[in-house]
Design a binder for this molecule. Structure first.
Ligand SMILES: Nc1ncnc2c1ncn2[C@@H]1O[C@H](COP(=O)(O)OP(=O)(O)OP(=O)(O)O)[C@@H](O)[C@H]1O
Ligand SMILES: [Mg+2]
Length: 342
């Protein structure tokens, strides 16, 4: 009878796959108790919809066998590698902004480097699948990823300036015109987390794609973000984008660590006079209004842009400059906020 049941199980497709539940390797054992069949399943499947489908399809098929009256499924869920890996990362921070071009990647890079400077183990994940620019900013463009010698199924992040970095830009050819759709996005991110040997990290900084749509939601969910950072520019019009970013984290139940105002003001390199090019202080007003922490303001400085273009971020290239100091202040405020929230 057991053989018959196993034969029959080979006809049950694994939901979403082209092979059977037997080939999927989830059938641990089959026990026959009179007219009752007990199917023991061990699975890493996290998608409840798939489990529900199995609960329907397996009994339906087996009950067609002569002598089978009752089918019981005993499902044991195995905690998979991915969760253990993510558990090795103490704090996942995601940066977002309602719209593009506000300096989200610049902030991600420099804050990650500042955190590392304070002695933390830091990873930087460029999850901006639409326009990965972290490789350029970190000077790792075209650097191929290598396999982990201790685990050939995993890839090693690239180590640069003392932090571990990985970008979709290092996995696909530059300028590959890929139109990423929801399921692809979520697969790519799954892979980032499962198949990358991040090792132990205190912080993983995730640079999300601009915007607050479905792809961004999926990404933030998948990466199990523990705290979010909103980057905004000081113009009044930027406030509606900040609100979108705020709602985005709220929808996902991700606590907002705080707000950063980028390109906050300009200090003339010749005379030292300060100009508030885009107005100033909007982020602080926004933070106050929504009861959020104001994490700091970063001046606009040509050295920041040049550092980004040349692959040597300002926190590394000119650590004593006021802008680098501003990034360090932001990093300090983040650490304080994280410690207070634990
Ligand atoms: N504080 C700053 N001072 C001067 N230039 C800056 C500053 N912050 C960012 N930039 C420059 O502005 C441009 C946009 O910044 P960045 O790429 O970080 O923005 P983003 O929000 O990540 O954009 P995208 O939406 O394209 O991902 C870059 O050229 C960057 O070097
Ligand atoms: Mg960016």
């Amino acid at each position: 009878m057991k053989e018959k049941v196993l034969e029959e199980l080979k006809k049950v497709f694994y939901p979403g796959k082209t092979h059977s539940v037997v080939q999927e390797g989830i059938i641990d054992d089959v026990v026959i108790e009179g007219s009752k069949v007990i199917v023991k399943i061990k699975t890493k499947e996290k998608n409840q919809a798939v489990i529900d489908m199995l609960k329907r399809s397996i009994p339906l098929t087996l009950k067609k066998l002569d002598g089978v009256e009752d089918v019981e499924l005993q499902i044991e869920k195995i905690v998979d590698e991915q969760e253990k890996k993510v558990a090795d990362i103490k704090y996942v921070i995601a940066t977002t902004s309602g719209k593009g071009g506000v300096g989200k990647s610049t902030v991600s890079v420099n804050v990650a480097l500042a955190l590392a400077k304070f002695g933390y183990k830091v990873g930087l994940l460029d999850a901006d699948i639409y326009g990965p620019n972290i490789p350029t900013m970190m000077g790792i463009e075209g650097v191929p990823v290598t396999l982990d010698p201790n685990n050939k199924d995993k890839i090693l992040p690239i180590v640069k300036y003392g932090i571990k970095v990985l970008s979709i830009g290092n996995l696909v050819p530059k300028d590959a015109a890929i139109i990423w759709r929801g399921p692809l996005v979520s697969q790519a991110v799954d892979q980032f987390l499962k198949d990358v040997s991040w090792g132990q990290l205190d912080f993983l900084v995730v640079d999300l794609p601009p915007g607050t749509g479905d792809a961004q939601l999926t990404l933030a969910q998948k990466t199990k973000v523990s705290g979010g950072i909103i980057v905004i520019t000081p113009q009044n019009v930027a406030m509606s984008d900040a609100m979108k970013a705020h709602d985005f984290f709220k929808r996902l139940n991700i606590p907002v660590l705080g707000v950063i105002e980028n390109m906050s003001y300009f200090i003339c390199p010749n005379c030292g006079a300060r100009t508030d090019i885009f107005d100033h202080g909007g982020a602080r007003r926004f933070a106050d209004e929504y009861g959020l922490t104001f994490l700091g303001e970063i001046p606009i400085d040509v050295e920041v842009r040049v550092g980004g273009d040349r692959g040597k971020p300002i926190v590394v290239s000119n650590p004593t400059s006021p802008v680098a100091q501003a990034f360090e202040d932001v990093a300090r405020n983040i650490i304080e906020k994280v410690k207070a929230s634990k």
